[in-house]
Write a protein that binds this ligand. Structure first.
Ligand code: KMH
Ligand code: ZN
Length: 279
């Protein structure tokens, strides 16, 4: 059982609007402030979606590059760019995210219904993303929205080899309407399937909306890591909107400490994830 906890903050996402959620960090400056504060609390990885000047989701390459630079200059967090973007983003734009040279990028392992939308991840697109990341030394976080996505990952690694750095890390994204439920039983099912993946595979988990707390507790008790943030949860408790990403990270740190698995440092996270330890 691991003795520390990797905490990823996912501060923005592509789904909430700034008008509905004014505390959402949408400018580079807001992202940097959030990143610094979350790092000080115990986050070691930041999962980044960016917005344009109108606060709409974008995959603009220049803006992505500026964001990576700004986050690197102001924190030692592992910078993970979303290659998922918004459900409307074309595949070419999603692949181009890698040109911003992040430490990590997400790689979703299959198509999933996503509320009223469809989050499309064709097999050939997944292979393209995985192999381009291998070539560039970008470490993937494989996003698992459903149990079958783990079977797809087993197939991917069997056909195309291990990711850059050699370590496999997955993130269970639970409670998306259309994906697996955010329950302990579903998390245990996923953990059981990890036996088909390379020894040492690690996992984090995040529960969307009101599943955030059950998923957090289940993940900690199963030896997993945590992802929290306003990408996934905008309500702190019934009738209490989230005030900031820091509030969610602080709660995750509290749970991790109660589990006697305090947050790991960004350096330890780099080591765990198979990233180069010099920035
Ligand atoms: N916004 C979702 C459609 C990822 O970042 O890779 C996709 C998502 C997953 O958030
Ligand atoms: Zn995301």
């Amino acid at each position: 059982m691991t003795t520390t906890t990797l905490i990823t903050v996912a501060p923005t996402g592509a789904e909430s609007t700034k008008a509905d959620v004014p505390a959402l960090p949408v400018t580079i400056d807001e992202l940097v402030v959030t990143a610094k504060e979350c790092a000080a609390l115990g986050a070691s990885v930041i999962h980044v979606h960016i917005r344009d000047e109108h606060t709409r989701p974008t995959l603009d390459l220049g803006r992505l590059r500026d964001t990576v630079t700004a986050l690197r200059e102001s924190t030692d967090l592992v910078v993970q760019l979303s290659s998922g973007g918004a459900v409307t983003d074309p595949e070419a734009d999603r692949l181009r995210v890698l040109d911003a040279a992040p430490d990590m990028a997400s790689c979703t392992m299959g198509t999933v219904n996503f509320g009223d939308d469809v989050f499309l991840n064709r097999w050939e697109f997944i292979v393209d993303l995985h192999t381009r990341m291998q070539e560039r030394g970008i470490v993937p976080e494989y996003e698992i929205f459903d149990l079958g996505h783990l079977a797809a990952l087993e197939r991917l690694l069997g056909k195309h080899g291990l990711p850059a750095g050699g370590h496999v890390h997955v993130d269970f994204v639970m409670g998306v309407p259309g994906g697996m439920p955010g329950t302990t039983a579903a998390l245990v099912s996923c953990v059981n399937e990890l036996r088909n993946l390379p020894a040492g595979t690690t996992f984090s988990a995040t529960g969307i909306g009101r599943t955030t707390i059950p998923v957090m507790l289940a993940s900690l008790s199963a030896g997993g890591h945590l992802r929290v943030g306003m990408e996934d949860t905008i309500s702190y408790a019934k009738g209490r909107p989230v005030e900031s990403n820091m509030q969610l990270v602080a709660r995750a740190v509290g749970f991790a400490q109660l589990a006697q698995r305090p947050p790991m440092t960004p350096l330890d996270a780099r080591d765990l994830l198979g990233l180069q330890t010099s920035k």
